[in-house]
Design a protein around this ligand. Structure first.
Ligand SMILES: NC(=O)c1ccc[n+]([C@@H]2O[C@H](COP(=O)([O-])OP(=O)(O)OC[C@H]3O[C@@H](n4cnc5c(N)ncnc54)[C@H](OP(=O)(O)O)[C@@H]3O)[C@@H](O)[C@H]2O)c1
Length: 282
């Protein structure tokens, strides 16, 4: 069997970094796809794609900022075509659970004529320590658009384990997995768990969507991110994802990680301890 040579797009991001670490520990040949690597990979610059694909035969695809954004399907179509032309034999695509607008991109990958696995994830736990909620947690005040729908927050450890299995084992070809955590939580409940574990007073409040978007625009948040928040909170968080799946257990033979375990580990890391440093909320 041919040796796997795996390009990890978003290789320094929340799931890509962990996928890379796991594959390296297993002695696999990998290349991190990143604007900061040599060769670089940039979704916005197709001229970088061939260099990143060269010599690889498998790709873990994470798109930025989200497969649902207008125009994403054109980029995915162009990249997938180029990947096949460059000898890629398998694509594992990270998608968002319940994101109907991401379906077109998933279908492009499924129709590429090579092996594929789709991994649809719910909201990551790590949005609270590696993503846009870290700044508010450190500031002691989380403000989000009004939403009482609970979400089965999933841990990137579980996503990375499922992605690695999908990349390495052909039995996952042609499968679509929906990954959730084992428990439904509202954003208010999740914030309260972090508040309790850190012993810090972290307030939670909501704003009507239009006011929230104005607040983001006033803080120079990019328009695409504002569009995405609107889409996620008005469409995807309408209750369609308010259930847990057992796909993690099906693939890994163990239970999905609970939010409380994530909170315990992350609190112990010290990242939620405020310092005087300015906080990058990207
Ligand atoms: N976060 C969630 O809760 C969630 C839930 C379900 C699905 N997803 C999906 O997971 C994917 C990753 O989402 P994430 O927000 O969590 O981000 P992430 O995986 O943490 O990715 C951040 C990385 O994106 C890379 N990046 C940014 N712009 C890029 C560009 N133009 N070209 C190449 N790389 C670029 C950056 O890499 P460099 O700076 O190294 O280039 C950065 O390391 C998205 O498709 C998202 O829809 C996310």
């Amino acid at each position: 069997m041919q040796e796997k040579k795996i390009l990890i797009l978003g290789g320094k991001g929340k799931t890509g970094r962990k996928v890379g670490e796991r594959l390296t520990d297993l002695g696999k040949t990998i290349r991190l796809g990143s604007r900061r690597e040599n060769p670089p990979f940039d979704w916005e610059n197709p001229e970088t794609w061939a260099g990143a694909l060269e010599g690889m035969n498998t790709v873990y695809m994470t798109f930025q900022p989200d497969l649902a954004i207008p125009g994403a399907s054109d980029i995915i179509k162009r990249f997938t075509t180029e990947a096949v032309k460059n000898g890629i034999q398998k694509l594992v695509l990270l998608s968002g659970r319940g994101e109907d607008k991401a379906g077109v991109c998933e279908q492009i990958v499924m129709d590429a004529g090579i092996d594929w696995t789709i991994v649809r994830a719910s909201w990551f736990n790590q949005n609270f320590d590696e993503g846009f909620l870290l700044g508010p947690i450190l500031a002691g005040e989380v403000v989000l658009p009004k939403c009482e729908t609970p979400e089965p927050l999933v841990d990137t450890d579980d996503i990375a384990d499922v992605v690695v299995a999908s990349l390495l084992d052909e039995k996952h070809n042609g499968q679509t997995y929906e990954l959730t955590g084992p428990r439904l939580l509202t954003f208010e409940q999740a914030t309260a768990e972090i508040s309790k574990a850190t012993g810090r007073d972290i307030r939670f409040s909501t704003l009507p969507m239009e006011e929230y978007k104005k607040m983001l625009a006033g803080s120079q948040v990019p328009e695409t991110f504002i569009w995405l928040i609107d889409y996620l909170f008005t469409e995807v968080l309408d209750g369609r994802n308010a259930s847990v799946t057992n796909d993690t257990e099906k693939v890994l033979g163990r239970k999905a990680k609970d939010f409380s375990e994530y909170v315990k580990e992350t609190a112990a890391s010290g990242i939620w301890r405020p310092t005087k440093q300015p906080v990058n909320q990207a």
